[in-house]
Design a protein around this ligand. Sequence first.
Ligand code: G4P
Length: 529
Amino acid sequence: MSKLQEEISKRRTFGIVSHPDAGKTTLTEKLLLFGGAIQVAGAVKSNKIKKTTVSDFMEIEKQRGISVATSVMAFDYEGIKVNILDTPGHKDFAEDTFRTLTAVDSVIVVIDVAKGVEEQTEKLVKVCRMRSTPIIVFINKLDREGKDGFDLLDELEAKLGLNVLPMTWPVGMGQRFKGVYNIYEKRLNLFRPHSKQDLPEELIQIEDLTDQTLDDQVGSDLADELREEAEVIHEVYPDLDHDAYLKGEISPVFFGSAINNFGVKELLDCFVNIAPTPLPRETEERIVQPDESKFSGFIFKIHANIDPRHRDRIAFMRICSGTFARNTNYLHVRQGKKMKFSNPTSFMASRKEIVEEAFPGDVVGLYDSGNFKIGDSLTEGEKLNFKGIPSFSPEIFRYVDNKDPMKYKQFQKGLTQLMDEGVAQLFQREVDGRRIIGVVGALQFEVIQYRMEKEYGARVSYEPTNFRKACWITCDDPVAFKAFRQRRSRDIAKDKDDRYVFMAESDWMLSSAQENHPEVKFHFTSELE
Ligand code: G4P
């Protein structure tokens, strides 16, 4: 095996997705503790924006600071290099999460045992399933009362469309929670409440569930319950088919309690064993294999520096093939120019480090003074454009205007840079040149207004629009397309890449336009598939 192949085989790059409060931050922290990347609990700050502080800008700034630090958290575990990419749970930052999911090879979904499948989880898993991303499920908070295990499995199948496969099974729940039984290893892992979590885990091998030891450990009632449930599981669920998991067709499920560090090791051990190594990536030109000798990578996230004295931003790049090296000239494909990086940074939990080289699956932070947009690629010379980094059609729109005519340049620059960062999408209507900002979550309007003033010295004002939907349009027949655009000129705008967008005031208007104009194709992500 070459050095490159060896490095690739050691890497697992994934994201944890959940509805806010299901326990993503807690689980991340426990995983980092196992990897020795942090020493004490509480080291990973929660990146969530609490509802009560939605309008508190200091809070937004603070959160942005935290979210740079937690963008990528890398740690070593049993010879494997694990990269966790952070995904904001807050729905107003959903687009950020969607984009981060383009840079992972698999995900762990965290579900709250009491709440089951929640809205945000549904949306995020849908995106993962579109791409056949392998999924492992962790059902959390078993130390609390919650839903029945089988009901939860049904819910995962019904709401998320997952084919699930329980790997562990809870014995009791809430007050009666005794532990989890590892179905395939036939091991009972006994639960100790929080205060004793530092003790080594107590694992009891039970080859045969009829064994009296089970009754001695968990009491006869729970022992009988487990016997019955285990029988059902054996009848209904097959053994884990690794290939099916890698294809995203089957999702192993674990039960535990992150805060008590319970069931987490089980999850991590299985994860490093089965999760995919860095996968090939599709470009418009061809498929890029990770073990190709030439380096390539793409930008999936851009973070403005929160310190106004340092204007530069950090662009996060996922390496897709070859070896990335510091101070080496690479091609910025969109701009057609060579660039090299003297301080590429890696993130090991809360520590930052300059890297000399990095490998497929790794994420490096590149200091950038405004050259990058989300989706940009870097290569050793080949013109590659990575696919799968779409903009999603936004749902909330406002006209945006420059309030201070003397500051037009600042307004223009600020708006362009914030859009490059992916904070929102900007459309410009052809008939009157008016600019329209579209966002997924309303909080972004406040963020833009605040940052434009603070970082660029430009004041923006908003005006409501009646638009409710925007989608990209294409047409094979240029004449018909022109006619359509003329007829509907008040509903047509262009996006930042000069692509035509149809803006509709309601779902009904959109579907009637679709019906009346079968020659025009309407696309709901910018990838125009
Ligand atoms: P998130 O990142 O998905 O939003 O969730 P986070 O980890 O912040 O967890 C949300 C809340 O759930 C936290 O409580 C956390 O302590 C709690 N929690 C996480 N795992 C478990 C578990 O296994 N059992 C129980 N009972 N609770 C769990 P909080 O009160 O919101 O915050 P904190 O003050 O405890 O930090």
